[in-house]
Design a protein around this ligand. Structure first.
Ligand code: C2O
Ligand code: CU
Length: 487
């Protein structure tokens, strides 16, 4: 009696999940407030994963603990996390704890905060989970290929008193460029991707699978934690008549609100925590659709309602998350720093146009950068400088006084979207094109649209040299990164 394909796949999935649960609480403290130390092991190594269903075949990928995504690391706010990383790849690697405010030496940036972890070597990361929220981890070494081949996983830091929901669900979204036989296309870092919108693929996965449906019940309340782990794809999710409420962005609580424009827009590396009440009828189906790129809509997954409702109407439980211990920037006393992005295909034209608007007071180096833009093979520039990804010595593009408030005004003089990420800090997004933002947004990655100007503000309370870069990983590799020194 042959085992049905579905059952076999389910078995593979649960076996992978079993291998992934390696979290061992080292110390169980008796006191309610005492911090626990959570020990986790991650082994980065090649593996094989069922991204797409039979009969397309299994995909060779790079995995943490044999799976994509890597294991869900879940701790409580205030816990200490100790992660031993073993490098089973054929090249150097590191792990970066995206969005977590860690000490500089734990930030996982090769040649800046640590030596890369050599082949067969180990490195132990240890830091406190200061902020509750939805975070993720990924390599920072050749990330356009290492992340693109599957190295990433979710990191959830639970509030001491989480908001009440029926289910807490994580969807780690990724986008793959697969061949017809489900092999990962080898063209990482090709010049077309670098100069345009990055490595946008052809297969979107949720938690490393291409599921047809997601089972829900009428009346059910779900906290849906979305993580965009794609190299380059931006998602604009439409929940088919459901009315999700955004309660956190990049792990940090916001004023609960319906998504602007009805779509939950997530650039690469961004996260959103949604409260979704399942309001459909028993037995019905509703498609979650990605509509970010005009004319390229596709069905991400169906919400498939059970025949029996969980309850007749949505619960009225409160949904506001408690604040994290983040210092609030003082805008009156903040230093002001202008940052301009140039480059990419069609960049020169727009840069010239913006130059006229910005005028002669434009930040130093911009014109020099435009000059070098035409004479070098680099693709992207921050204040006129393209970082040389191959060089290990980089001078800070900004030095910010420690414990003081700072505003960074970013002007996107390119024709492309850039999800800009700052390490070591979460920042308030205070305005877009001069308009104050409405939801007390606090993020670590902010999507800056073509020609848009976005202002962020934060207290530089974490000393060290921190990366500031575009999270379209091909743009980063093409020079769109710099160092911000907090001293
Ligand atoms: Cu998600 Cu510099 O990284
Ligand atoms: Cu970019």
């Amino acid at each position: 009696f042959p085992m049905p394909a579905l059952t076999r796949r389910a078995f593979v999935a649960s076996a992978a999940a079993g291998a992934a649960s390696v979290m061992l609480p080292l110390l169980q403290q008796p006191g309610a407030n005492a911090a626990a130390v959570r020990e986790v092991r991650l082994r980065a190594a090649p593996g094989r994963v069922p991204l797409v269903p039979e009969p397309y075949g299994v995909t060779p990928a790079w995995c943490y603990n044999g799976a994509v995504p890597g294991p869900e690391i879940r701790v409580r706010q205030g816990d200490r996390l100790r992660v031993e990383v073993e490098n089973g790849l054929a090249e150097e690697t590191t792990v970066h704890w995206h969005g977590v405010r860690v000490p500089n030496a734990m930030d996982g940036v090769p040649h800046l905060t640590q030596a890369p972890i050599g082949v067969g070597e180990r490195f132990v990361y240890e830091f406190d989970a200061v902020d509750a929220g939805t975070f993720w981890y990924h390599p920072h070494q050749r990330s356009f290929e290492q992340v693109g081949r599957g190295l990433y996983g979710p990191l959830i830091i639970e509030e001491h008193e989480p908001v009440r929901v029926d289910r807490d669900v994580i969807w780690v979204l990724d986008d793959w460029r697969l061949t017809k036989s489900a092999q990962i296309s080898d063209d990482f870092g090709n010049m077309h991707d670098v100069h345009h919108n990055g490595r946008v693929g052809n297969t979107v996965t949720i938690n490393g699978r291409t599921p047809d449906s997601f089972a829900v019940s009428k009346g059910e309340r779900i906290r849906l934690r979305l993580v965009n782990a794609a190299n380059a794809r931006i998602f604009g999710l439409d929940f088919a008549g459901h009315k999700p409420i955004v309660v956190a962005l990049d792990g940090q609580p916001v004023t609960p609100h319906a998504p602007d424009g009805g779509q939950v827009v997530l650039g690469p590396a961004m996260r959103a925590d949604l409260i979704v009440d399942m309001t459909g009828e028993p037995g019905s189906r509703a498609s979650v659709v990605d509509r970010f790129y005009e004319g390229l809509e596709y069905r991400l997954v169906d919400l498939a309602y059970a025949n029996a409702p969980l309850r007749e109407r949505a619960p009225d439980w409160p949904i506001t998350l408690p604040d994290n211990p983040l210092p609030e920037p003082e805008l009156e006393n903040a230093s002001r720093n202008e940052v301009v992005f140039n480059g990419g295909m069609m960049g020169e034209m727009i840069a010239a146009e913006m130059g006229a608007k910005i005028g002669p007071g434009a930040p130093g180096g911009m014109m020099g950068g435009m000059h070098s833009m035409m004479s070098s093979s680099s693709a992207w520039f921050i204040n006129g400088v393209a970082a040389d990804a191959g060089s290990h010595v980089m001078k800070p593009m900004l030095t910010l006084a420690r414990d003081k408030s700072h505003v960074i005004a970013m002007t996107n003089a390119t024709a492309w979207h850039h999800p800009m990420h700052l390490h070591g800090h979460s920042f308030r997004v205070i305005s877009r094109n001069g308009q104050p933002t409405p939801h007390r947004e606090c993020q670590d990655t902010v999507l800056v649209s073509p020609r848009e100007k976005v202002e962020i503000a934060f207290v530089a309370d974490n000393p060290g040299d921190w990366m500031f870069h575009c999270h379209v990983l091909e743009h980063q590799a093409g020079g769109m990164m710099g160092i911000i020194r907090v001293a």
